[in-house]
Ligand binder design. Structure first.
Ligand code: CA
Length: 217
């Protein structure tokens, strides 16, 4: 299952990504309404989680534009405002469900599973293959040339992130944010990249100078 998360609160994004990943759900992330709308219209997502208080525009505007563009992707809105009026406004504009912050992760997960376009138990091939390597999110296992690669949870998380985004470049900031959270020291990423290269082969991860990394497999 693929979920698009449109939310600007970094801590919440990091914890949701971690939680959803553990539940076998892949997330793409956008920080602003503009990026979010573009991602929602381009991507093949099973569900969108949409914050109302975004830096550039209200989530309601994103929702209206998304529906106006003909997208019927299920949307769960996240709102810090608990007023019934906001809820009604969201549902009238085409949201499928809403969660008032702060919310319990388990409850959100239950609603995602209920609302998502593709039911959780549908036979979906969720494995990711890039080059010689395949990642199986359900088994939390990375294999390259058919050989399982023993990795720690963080190493796996980093490898998964790089593989999910192998069609582009993962910036250093994105990798740090997604795997370690905003308090991370930057050199921790160098250490982990070096370790993954030792395990997977020096050419498995390309350095894109001044930007970040690309997984080659
Ligand atoms: Ca916000």
């Amino acid at each position: 299952m693929r979920v698009l998360l449109i939310e600007d609160e970094e801590r919440l994004v990091a914890s949701l990504r971690d939680g959803l990943r553990t539940a076998g759900i892949t997330t793409t992330h956008a920080r602003t309404g503009r990026e979010g709308l573009a991602a929602a219209l381009e991507g093949d997502h099973d569900l969108v989680i949409l914050d109302i208080g975004l830096p550039d525009q209200e989530g309601f505007t994103v929702l209206r534009r998304l529906r106006a563009a003909g997208s019927d992707v299920p949307v769960i809105i996240l709102t810090a405002r608990t007023s019934a009026e906001d809820t009604v406004r969201g549902l009238e504009r085409g949201a499928d469900d809403y969660m008032a912050k702060p919310f319990s992760f388990d409850e959100l997960l239950a609603r995602i599973r209920l609302r998502a376009r593709r039911p959780e138990d549908a036979p979906v091939d969720s494995t990711l293959t890039v080059g010689r390597c395949t990642f199986d999110p359900a088994a939390r296992e990375l294999t390259c040339d058919g050989e399982p690669i023993p990795l720690s949870p963080r190493e796996l998380q980093l490898a998964q992130l790089l593989m999910e985004r192998a069609d582009g470049v993962v910036t250093r900031a994105e990798a740090l944010d997604a795997v370690w959270g905003s308090a991370a020291r930057e050199n921790v990423l160098d250490v982990y990249i070096r370790y993954l290269r030792t395990r997977l082969g020096a050419d498995a991860i390309e350095t894109v100078r001044g930007v970040g990394y690309r997984f080659r497999g």
